[in-house]
Design a protein around this ligand. Structure first.
Ligand SMILES: Cc1cc2nc3c(=O)[nH]c(=O)nc-3n(C[C@H](O)[C@H](O)[C@H](O)COP(=O)(O)OP(=O)(O)OC[C@H]3O[C@@H](n4cnc5c(N)ncnc54)[C@H](O)[C@@H]3O)c2cc1C
Length: 537
């Protein structure tokens, strides 16, 4: 137990009334006895009427405690320290790379070596072992989102069922079935190729941290036979004073070691005969003038690749098809990982089921166990998300000390028993947010170039589905997948700057306010819902 833990941070919260404390008690002009100015009134309005449990946590858990617990944390991806990195493959046209006839041609060129590209390349070979497939990766396979995510492998193809209901009501039921089948296929592939991805069908415990969320959980559970856990029953499952209720869904998620999944797919693709070049950014794609009649040409520093067909699996990075760039914006998400817990610390939080945990706030946290021979580690991520003006992507954005500190404060409030536990890793990564919050598709160049992007932070499972969609699109056949509305229709594009920045800032502020106003969606969020840019996971 921490000695310098503040009184009250670990206290029990009850299931009714607003969260402990109030905006007014946190030092507003009103509480100080001063006359509220128009400015302070606007600020108070923007802040929202009630503090959330996590606002309280930030007030009660000293930043100094969080800073101390993070002091030894390396700014690097935990997963990379616990997977054996495969040797880099030579760049296209470099010494050691394949040379001679056929080296610069392919039946199918795949640009991008994250999950989307790797699944596409592997499944293209599975569909037709004679197809000559070349994958071109700008850096190393799996270095980006696919190697640094939380490892929640969810069946949902639509970033949650209610988001699917909102954006694709007519086919949501079918999408649920396709998503479940896709998740089963991922598990089967991992098994088939012996991929050491620590796959575990863990299920997920969805947690209410605010009183109004308890009602939402009850509504969600009604008629399903699932039980909403509260009080002692909940604390027997995961011993936190912060959560008011929980609903366990055994099918909501599995968990994986994300990097090992990416590198395992890379190995499987190589063994299936896919040619892979790394450190090969594709600089441009020439669209043939006589659409459909000529192959596509991909420009790299080592020469051109001439491909009959191409798949663009470049996620958050600028698409080689310029008009697709307006559909996504990069948003940085962050995570921290604890040191291994001692057996006593482990026992203090229960969590025998070791399921993934996620709360119900608009800005939600994801928390998952990582079993190691040295003991249980815990990963906490999410909550803050950062967009940088001009859709910029920079390595320095992967580190946000303020967000890491905030996550550490929240962790100490979730598990006050672990307030002394230190963190060893802290990192972030960019997610390709689109306005409907799940992937969109494109087919161009006379049916020769397919793209998928827009996974918005839920792509561990959905990328395999997207790969299948793209292969179907390139087949020229009409299939069930090519006829889906979510495949034929694109989301609303983001406007240019400064409107994109202003819109994202306004939406973020509205989400924060909604969390502080018992989940009520204010005028801005309702307007976003009305135009088809709302999010309801
Ligand atoms: C911190 C974080 C946590 C997340 N947690 C989860 C989670 O728990 N569950 C979940 O489902 N999803 C999660 N996600 C999202 C998930 O990781 C992504 O949706 C998924 O990995 C996307 O895979 P991808 O292959 O499309 O993209 P990436 O993995 O980003 O791969 C794209 C690749 O394309 C390459 N590339 C780009 N442009 C070019 C070019 N011109 N030439 C050559 N190569 C190029 C890049 O170098 C990169 O390797 C998270 C993401 C982040 C960042």
């Amino acid at each position: 137990m921490s000695t310098d833990f503040p009184t009250g941070a670990g206290t029990e919260r009850t299931g009714t009334g607003p969260a402990a404390g109030s905006a007014g008690s946190a030092g507003s002009a009103g509480s100080a006895g001063l006359k509220p100015t128009p400015r302070s009134r606007v600020r108070a309005w923007l802040r929202g009427p009630h503090e959330t449990a996590f606002d309280v946590a930030e007030r009660q858990v000293p930043e100094a405690l969080a800073a101390r617990n993070l002091a030894g944390a390396r700014q690097s991806v935990y997963w990379w320290d616990t997977a054996e990195a495969p040797e880099a493959l030579p760049a296209f046209g470099a010494p050691g790379a394949q040379a001679g006839p056929g080296a610069n041609t392919a039946d199918l060129a795949v640009v991008g070596g994250g999950y989307t590209g790797l699944w596409t390349a592997l499944m293209a070979k599975e569909r037709d072992p004679d197809r000559d497939v070349l994958l071109l990766e700008g850096a190393r396979c799996g270095w980006a989102a696919s190697g640094r995510n939380g490892g929640f492998l969810e069946p949902s193809l639509t970033h949650g069922d209610s988001n699917g209901e909102q954006h694709a009501p007519s086919e949501n039921a079918r999408l649920r079935q396709l998503g479940a089948a896709n998740a089963r296929e991922i598990a089967a592939t991992i098994e088939r190729y012996g991929i050491d991805a620590d796959y575990r069908a863990s299920g997920e415990l969805i947690l209410a941290s605010e009183p109004h969320q308890v009602d939402e959980l009850r509504a969600e559970a009604s008629g399903t036979g699932q039980e909403v856990l509260t009080g002692a029953a909940l604390r027997a499952r995961v011993d936190s004073p912060l959560y008011l209720a929980g609903l366990f869904d055994p099918d909501a998620s599995a968990i994986v070691h994300p990097t090992r999944l990416a590198w395992g797919l890379r190995r499987a693709a190589l063994e299936a005969g896919v040619r892979i070049v790394e450190h090969t950014p594709v600089r441009g794609l020439d669209q043939p003038r006589a659409h459909g009649l000529r192959p596509v040409r991909l420009r790299t520093d080592g020469g051109d690749v001439v491909a009959q067909q191409a798949v663009l699996a470049t996620n958050v990075f600028p698409s080689l098809i310029r008009r697709l760039r307006r559909y996504t914006v990069p948003v940085y998400d962050h995570a921290i990982v604890t040191e291994p817990l001692t057996p006593e610390q482990e026992a203090a939080i229960g969590w025998a089921g070791r399921e993934g945990l996620a709360d119900m706030n608009s800005r939600f946290h994801y928390i998952r166990p990582i079993d190691t021979p040295e003991g249980l580690r815990i990963l906490v991520g999410g909550y803050d998300a950062h967009y940088h003006f001009g859709r910029t992507l920079r390595r320095e954005y992967e580190h946000s000390p303020a967000t890491a500190r905030r996550l550490a404060q929240h962790f100490a409030a979730i598990f006050p028993q672990l307030a002394d536990v230190r963190f060893t890793h802290s990192w972030g990564g960019a997610i390709d947010t689109c306005s409907r919050f799940f992937s969109f598709f494109d087919l161009t160049c006379g049916g020769r170039v397919a793209s998928a992007a827009g996974f918005t932070g839920l792509g561990v499972g959905a990328t395999r589905f997207a790969a299948n969609v793209m292969l179907d699109l390139l087949s020229g056949e009409r299939t069930e997948l090519t006829e889906l509305e979510i495949v034929r229709k694109k989301p609303i594009p983001f406007p240019p700057e400064p409107l994109a920045w202003l819109g994202i800032r306004t939406t973020t502020a509205a989400m924060i306010r909604s969390d502080r106003n018992r989940g009520r969606r204010g005028p801005w969020l309702r307007a976003m819902d009305a135009v088809g840019m709302g999010f309801d996971s």
